[in-house]
Ligand binder design. Structure first.
Ligand code: SF4
Length: 228
């Protein structure tokens, strides 16, 4: 059901690292750019991209609650992003621990390089997450399905505690990722996400269109009356 994806190829550029540090490459100082160039090769050698991903069927959707085989996701973002899905992809991606360990060493001896490496890690996990998302979208399209809005536990509208639900069904420890008591992922440069898929995911649809309570929902009736 869940598979390890380890053929993820990314190559960081100096601009990626500057953006990972929250900088506009066009405005970065020469000193900062030099430091980034100094760490670029090492940063690429320390990134070990891996992901674990799989697909589970959706059993019910009602208001802000999506019940799928293995758990329940709840929250306003769940309603907005996952309504209409007949299945969901769950994924955890990481760049492994090596870059983070080296970054901590550098922070003690050469903070500018340490910060550059931290930016490299941020940029790398973004690229890995995008590459895995693209693979899942292609897999869905090959099965004649559409994908919807990607969402992450911990984003606004989806409590971070729901990471526990995701980690209870996805064996992330097999790619070396674990959850702390406060629901942060270790290694830190890891991301988790859920991607909805289905035949009926339409941009003009509203969550009420897919809700199992819609026929008896007083809020929906109120909205229909208000809309005339
Ligand atoms: S039909 Fe009612 S319960 Fe269902 S999503 Fe709409 S407002 Fe919420």
């Amino acid at each position: 059901m869940f598979e390890i994806i380890d053929h993820i190829e990314i190559e960081l550029t100096a601009d990626d690292i500057l953006k990972g540090q929250g900088m506009d490459p066009a405005r970065a100082s020469d000193r900062v750019k030099d430091v980034v160039l100094e760490v670029l090769t090492e940063a690429n050698s320390l990134v070990e991209p891996k992901a674990m991903a799989g697909k589970l069927p959706v059993l019910d959707f009602a208001h802000e609650t999506l019940t799928f085989e293995g758990g329940i996701f709840e929250g306003p973002l769940v309603k907005r992003a996952l309504a209409g899905a007949t299945e969901i992809f769950l994924a955890v991606c990481t760049i492994g621990p090596k870059l983070e360990e080296r970054m901590k060493e550098l922070m003690a001896s050469d903070m500018l390089k340490g910060l550059a490496l931290d930016g490299a890690g941020t940029a790398a996990i973004r690229l890995v997450s995008q590459a895995v998302t693209n693979m899942l979208i292609t897999a869905a399209e090959n099965s004649g399905l559409k994908t919807g809005m990607k969402a992450q536990p911990g984003q606004e509208g989806w409590p971070i505690e729901q990471q526990r639900v995701l980690f209870s069904v996805l064996p992330a420890e097999k790619i070396g990722v674990r959850l702390t008591d406060s629901c942060l992922m270790i290694p830190r440069k890891s991301v988790s996400f859920v991607l909805p898929l289905g035949k009926d995911l339409r941009e003009d649809a509203t969550p009420c269109d897919f809700c199992s309570k819609r026929e008896r929902c007083p809020w929906r009736r109120e909205k229909q009356v208000a809309a005339g």
